[in-house]
Ligand binder design. Sequence first.
Ligand SMILES: *[C@@H]1O[C@H](CO)[C@@H](O)[C@H](O)[C@H]1NC(C)=O
Ligand SMILES: *[C@@H]1O[C@H](CO)[C@@H](O)[C@H](O)[C@H]1NC(C)=O
Ligand SMILES: *[C@@H]1O[C@H](CO)[C@@H](O)[C@H](O)[C@H]1NC(C)=O
Length: 155
Amino acid sequence: MLTLSALLVLCAASCVFCGPFHASCSVVWNSNGNCDYFHTKIVNQIKAWNGTSGCANGGEKCRYSLVSQSRYQINATHKNANTHYKDDLNFNFFQISYSCSIKGYSTSENPNLVLDNGTNYCNLYNLITGAGLELKESVSDPTCTQFSIADCSKY
Ligand SMILES: *[C@@H]1O[C@H](CO)[C@@H](O)[C@H](O)[C@H]1NC(C)=O
Ligand SMILES: *[C@@H]1O[C@H](CO)[C@@H](O)[C@H](O)[C@H]1NC(C)=O
Ligand SMILES: *[C@@H]1O[C@H](CO)[C@@H](O)[C@H](O)[C@H]1NC(C)=O
């Protein structure tokens, strides 16, 4: 019989559980500048990718919806082009003198999804790069499902 610690070692080795227990992703971005500017750029990108045309050649740069926004927050959804699962995402903005810190979070509405091929990371990353923003990014597998294998041109 496997002891609990042996099981934990096995889990760590196979890396199935080195991410969140439910498919989701937290990312922090930092940059000099005004949060209002980054907020506007991200909202515009969500609107630009509202339809399906952004995915005409594959990928996931489409089907975003703006749900609500305030000066320091954006709530949105992204519908997966293939599986049609919906993910909920939000951005929170923190102005710290001349710097802006942006906390992004994405989580799948499918309660049973554990592995997502980095989809929840890409939901956020694609918006940031699509908007042309070059920010200092902090992210890692324990708080972002399958970040290290994410292929955001596909997911
Ligand atoms: C985007 O599309 C959805 C329907 O797919 C719609 O409900 C939503 O209001 C649209 N507009 C924005 C700005 O997100
Ligand atoms: C974003 O969603 C959260 C959770 O549902 C909610 O508490 C918050 O008020 C929303 N923000 C805005 C600006 O509506
Ligand atoms: C992840 O990728 C694998 C291999 O490409 C695929 O079989 C699987 O359905 C994908 N899972 C999700 C949730 O996208």
